[in-house]
Design a protein around this ligand. Structure first.
Ligand SMILES: C[S@@+](CC[C@H](N)C(=O)[O-])C[C@H]1O[C@@H](n2cnc3c(N)ncnc32)[C@H](O)[C@@H]1O
Length: 334
């Protein structure tokens, strides 16, 4: 209300009303800063966290990500006599615990649970969570030791793990996982696209791919089957993508192309945030920092991949040179 007249509360009017209340000088600047604080604070905090080691989640009832994965496992349980499940990067065995608590004894008997987890300190918790579902008697520390399961696995799960694997290893590790799957098998990739805290899982920083970029990474012709979590609280956050083994391959070119696609998407998201009116809410600050960090990570990774390629070419030159020489000498001796 101004001068006895009531006006609708548009953004410009609020701005003017605030000036009338506190004056247009220093106080107005202070009020502006105060209102911007959630955005600024969240952005700075996320950027600072992006220098810290990642954390592992504990099991909790009605976990939204486990809900997404359970529908795929449920379908396999209905269709198959036995389900061989690979939990790659099992952490504290959150998935195993969910299965143990939610399946009946007959269903549990059908599951053979294989856990790959490099961090030995998680082993006991994984064993406890999996109980008698654990295939063999051990937690596997390195994906390279999965050869006994080649062509046998029905479902492989990477839940919040792909972004922790250094992209220079994606080709090798994802190929190992695809090789472990049987011909009907699928790989489930779940990621939180609005991770609440930044992290530094390895020197190149986290990279979170959307369904289109995963299509490129796995050299697929069609976009893979994907589901965003239906609940409004996790809308545009929790994505679960199912990659079927058939036709999926990961190679150096597909890794590079997926990162280039991601880089283009991030630039566009950041550009949009620069022109669109800002809500100045904490979530927006966090997302701004997330996109900016990930764009830098993407750049570092593409540089690292190019250097790796250059190093490989240099090592290759003497070999090619030797090959040329031996061809020449064999020609001479003929
Ligand atoms: C954020 S935790 C997720 C754990 C679990 N999947 C979950 O959803 O609770 C990521 C896990 O991936 C593991 N990890 C990181 N790099 C890996 C790699 N190259 N191979 C297998 N696991 C890896 C980490 O040790 C960590 O336990």
């Amino acid at each position: 209300m101004e001068g006895g007249k009531l006006s609708a509360p548009g953004i410009e009017r609020c701005h003017e009303a605030a000036k009338l209340l506190v004056g247009s000088g220093e106080n107005f600047e202070k009020l502006k800063n105060f209102l911007q604080e959630p955005f600024n604070w969240a952005a700075v905090r996320f950027a600072a966290e992006s220098l810290m080691l990642p954390k592992r989640a504990d099991f909790q009832e009605e976990d939204p990500q486990l809900f997404q994965i359970s529908s795929v496992i449920g379908k396999k349980l209905q269709a198959n006599k036995e389900v061989i499940l690979l939990d790659y990067g099992a952490g504290k065995g959150r998935l195993a615990r969910m299965l143990k608590e939610n399946l009946n004894a007959i269903q549990r008997k059908k599951i053979k649970y294989i856990a790959v987890e490099p961090d030995g300190s998680c082993e006991e918790e994984i064993r406890q969570s999996a109980g008698d579902m654990l295939a063999g008697s051990r937690v596997i520390k390195d994906g390279k030791n999965l050869s006994e399961y080649t062509g046998k696995v029905d479902v492989a799960v990477l839940c919040n793990v792909l972004h922790e694997i250094e992209p220079t290893q994606w080709r090798n590790e994802l190929t190992i996982i695809l090789q472990a799957l049987n011909s009907q098998g699928s790989l489930i990739i779940c990621e939180d696209h609005a991770i609440p805290a930044g992290e530094l899982p390895h020197k190149l920083g986290f990279i979170i791919l959307d369904a289109g970029e995963l299509k490129t990474l796995f050299s697929l012709e069609e976009k893979p089957h994907c589901k965003w979590h239906p609940d409004d609280r996790y809308k545009d956050r929790l994505l679960c993508v199912e990659i079927t083994k058939e036709k999926a391959t990961v190679n150096d070119t597909s890794v590079k192309s997926a990162l280039q696609d991601l880089s283009i998407r991030l630039k566009s998201l950041i550009k949009n945030m620069r022109v669109e009116p800002k809500t100045l809410k904490a979530r927006e600050g966090r997302m701004y920092a997330l996109y900016s960090q990930m764009l830098v990570n993407c750049q570092f990774t593409l540089e690292e991949l190019s250097q790796k390629q250059r190093r490989a070419n240099i090592v290759d030159i003497p070999k090619r040179h030797r090959a040329k020489k031996s061809t020449l000498s064999s020609l001479r001796s003929e």
